[in-house]
Design a protein around this ligand. Structure first.
Ligand SMILES: CCCCCCCCCCCCCCCCCCCCCC(=O)SCCNC(=O)CCNC(=O)[C@H](O)C(C)(C)COP(=O)(O)OP(=O)(O)OC[C@H]1O[C@@H](n2cnc3c(N)ncnc32)[C@H](O)[C@@H]1OP(=O)(O)O
Ligand SMILES: Cc1cc2nc3c(=O)[nH]c(=O)nc-3n(C[C@H](O)[C@H](O)[C@H](O)COP(=O)(O)OP(=O)(O)OC[C@H]3O[C@@H](n4cnc5c(N)ncnc54)[C@H](O)[C@@H]3O)c2cc1C
Length: 666
């Protein structure tokens, strides 16, 4: 995307055998999406106000103030340029700095939209849209995050005054972690146990004002602050994750979000026909966005590692010629290319999940709740799968870049530090896999009852065949048949689920059995989620994809993704009898040959992400590959090099050296 200067990767770019510009459109999702993304990326990159290369040198206070400045400036630009919602979201993406606005737009607004009544939406959303109030999502407490039903904050109805009294009865009931809470939010959607007439009706959301809109001071009864520094320098420390305690804070009755359950003036609790699980709806929405974000973070790391692997040379000089580019080592390819393929795979499964979410939202509006369990299982499972894979991949990319990958200027340490909490927030990844496993066990238990599995579990309707089928691959080329690959993944996923179900049936207490078998259940859930990703990649290839060679590249990547999983999880495929050892070795042979096909196209395949050097934030990942001079110059910019002799020399170094000298003379 960058222009000018010598292009050290030009030769690599000439090697590619497909139309990169068309691939950029496939990656973006549409020509329109590409144009918006490209325009906004350039806008951010060319504006010095969005500079980010100094983040890790700032103290926490400076860093946070700087984030406030950027967010305010971004908001001003959104207004001035009259950006659409799509453009504003892209602006946020390319600014590339976690901020309170993520929680305001990403959770506070969706919580009111999903759980508020029409009337509540009309009252609160205009204020939130104009940012006249700023909100956060205050669910997690010091004592409970995963176990939402275990939250301790109470909201007790007072019929005398028509108010709820929000209270934190214990230390562990303190809200702990919500982003944007610590220093910024004026309001929160706070989750608390609803108590009416002494009866506990479970956890619900309440809109609570936290700070004065005049001077930003906490309101009476509210104790609020930041929870402290987090992993890494810079990174997620731009966010004010907060602590919050309520001391009998009163709010009007109509500030309980009442789409699922209403409390009347008389203190009657009325359940609407909307399922209770809708209280968890905001989490379903955000999990879906996190899957798309995974492909962004992964592609960014892969872009850096791929470009650098083509620039870096080590060993193998023949007759004084150049040494080998490290990207030509088969070991480098077998570590890097599956990650490149995963970035594309997650992109397409993210697109599909977005469609699924839009579909379920439309159904919910029409009071059709039938696909909610499927949406929950898919968002939970794919969030878990893609974030775990991406976090591991960023670290792998750092190692692929050797020593220089450990430098902050490689961009990888900060990316890693910002990204890894995605494995925990919005649901711990293991806890979420167990949700998928529950869904799978339910589906398996209904097989043969006449109820046909649909959606992502539709393959289970062919249980009889999948339980006993034998893989037909006999030659290396057979592993390039989508049906052969898909059937192997389907059979493996089903057989692992059925094995768990059979083992579960041996327990008289199902919950005890579930706990005992939870490690196996999580593995069955992973197998099911990997099948979803593979099948959505295969489906993508059935679309009409224009551009010379584009579809062929995607086919290659699809098989790299699938066959590397098959290789990595050989144990599952073999122990369930889905493939034979001979077939596993044929698949691996095919995978090796696919790596050779990816090799000449690797640079073009990462160029297709269309990332600016500003967004990548990496000396190693520069578009022009001019790595060494930039690394060298950057080192001298470190504040430690401001003076030749370091501060502290006279106090701490010189006396030591002098002492050694004196000792030597004695
Ligand atoms: C600059 C200007 C810019 C301008 C514009 C720019 C725009 C900017 C836009 C920016 C955008 C950025 C995006 C945001 C960024 C993200 C940041 C990250 C923040 C992170 C936030 C968080 O971190 S926030 C807290 C998340 N905290 C959890 O994630 C708790 C996990 N813990 C549970 O989620 C439950 O607690 C757990 C385990 C299910 C047990 O639930 P439980 O106790 O009720 O027990 P059960 O397991 O029995 O479940 C009972 C039945 O409910 C069913 N079910 C369960 N969940 C369900 C569900 N969600 N939907 C449907 N159904 C569900 C289940 O399937 C059962 O169904 P059945 O009965 O039919 O079997
Ligand atoms: C950066 C960041 C931002 C956040 N932002 C917000 C926010 O804006 N709003 C908000 O409300 N919250 C927020 N959170 C909180 C987050 O959602 C929780 O931390 C998360 O849901 C995990 O819950 P926990 O901390 O209770 O983990 P725990 O559940 O205590 O997990 C600890 C360990 O126990 C295991 N475990 C727990 N339960 C089970 C089980 N049933 N079976 C097997 N293993 C289990 C887990 O796998 C994990 O290994 C944020 C967290 C982070 C790190």
């Amino acid at each position: 995307m960058e222009g000018g200067g010598v292009d050290h990767l030009a030769e690599e770019r000439q090697k590619s055998r497909f139309d990169v510009d068309e691939m950029k459109i496939v990656w973006a999702g549409s020509r329109h999406a590409f144009e918006v993304s490209d325009r906004v990326a350039r806008l951010v990159a060319s504006d010095p106000a969005f500079r980010k290369d100094n983040r890790n040198l700032l103290s926490r206070k400076e860093l946070f103030k700087n984030t406030l400045r950027k967010a305010a400036y971004a908001w001003k630009r959104i207004m001035e340029l009259r950006l659409t919602e799509e453009e504003a979201a892209k602006l946020r993406f390319f600014i590339d700095e976690p901020a309170y606005t993520d929680l305001h737009w990403g959770m506070f607004v969706p919580a009111i939209k999903g759980q508020g009544t029409e009337e509540q939406q009309q009252k609160w959303l205009p204020l939130a849209y104009k940012m006249q109030i700023i909100g956060c999502y205050a669910q997690t407490e010091l004592g409970h995050g995963s176990n939402v039903q275990g939250l301790e904050t109470t909201a007790t109805f007072d019929p005398q005054t028509d108010e709820f009294i929000i209270n934190s009865p214990t230390l562990t009931s303190s809200k702990w972690w919500p982003g944007g809470l610590g220093k910024v939010s004026t309001h929160a959607v706070a989750y608390a146990r609803l108590i009416v007439n002494g009866q506990d009706h479970g956890v619900h959301g309440f809109i609570v004002q936290l700070r004065s809109l005049d001077d930003h001071m906490p309101l009476p009864g509210i104790t609020v602050g930041d929870i402290g520094m987090k992993f890494g320098s810079g990174a997620y420390n731009t966010m004010d994750n907060g602590v919050l305690r309520f001391d009998h804070v009163r709010i009007p009755r109509n500030q309980m979000l009442m789409r699922v359950l209403q409390v009347t003036r008389e203190g009657k609790v009325v359940q609407s026909d909307v399922p209770r699980q809708l209280i968890y709806g905001t989490m379903v929405y955000v999990r879906q966005t996190i899957v798309s974000d995974a492909s962004s973070a992964l592609s960014r790391a892969v872009c850096i590692a791929t470009r650098y692997s083509a620039v870096r040379r080590q060993f193998g000089s023949q007759k004084g010629g150049p040494e080998t580019q490290v990207i030509d080592y088969k070991t480098q390819q077998s570590r890097l290319f599956p990650l490149l393929a995963s970035a594309y795979a997650f992109r397409f499964v993210g697109e599909w999940l977005k469609w699924l979410y839009t579909d379920v939202t439309q159904r919910l509006q029409a009071n059709d709740f039938s696909t909610l369990p499927e949406a929950h299982a898919c968002t939970a499972g794919l969030k878990s799968l893609t974030t775990s894979a991406t976090a591991d991949a960023i670290e792998e990319c750092r190692k692929l870049c050797g020593g220089h990958g450990y430098l902050t200027s490689s961009g990888l340490p900060e990316l890693f530090a910002v990204y890894i909490p995605a494995c925990t927030y919005e649901g711990d990844n293991t806890v979420l896999l167990l949700q998928v496993a529950r869904f799978l066990m339910k589906t398996v238990s209904q097989l043969g009852s006449g109820k046909q599995p649909v959606g992502s579990t539709a393959y289970m309707s062919r249980a009889e065949h999948l339980m006993q089928c034998r893989c037909s691959a006999q030659r290396v080329e057979d592993w390039l048949k989508p049906d052969v690959v898909l059937e192997a993944f389907e059979a493996r996923a089903l057989r692992m689920s059925v094995a768990c179900a059979q083992n579960l049936s041996k327990f008289s207490n199902p919950e005890e059995g579930f706990a005992e078998l939870s490690a196996d259940l999580a593995e069955a859930a992973i197998a099911h989620c990997q099948l979803i990703v593979v099948s959505k990649f295969v489906e993508k290839l059935q679309q009409d994809i224009p551009g010379q060679g584009v579809k062929q590249q995607l086919q290659t990547l699809c098989f790299v993704y699938s066959l590397h999983l098959l290789h990595k999880h050989q144990g599952d495929f073999l122990s369930t009898g889905c493939i034979t050892p001979k077939q596993a070795s044929l698949a691996n042979e095919q995978l090796r040959s696919l790596y050779s096909q990816v090799r000449p196209n690797a640079i073009a395949l990462v160029d297709a992400f269309n990332y600016t050097d500003h967004y990548l934030g990496s000396v190693l990942g520069r578009y022009d590959g001019n790595v060494y001079p930039t690394l060298y110059e950057d080192a001298w910019k470190d504040p430690l090099n401001d003076s030749v002799v370091p501060d502290g020399y006279h106090e701490y170094l010189r006396p030591v050296l002098k002492q050694q000298l004196r000792n030597a003379r004695l």
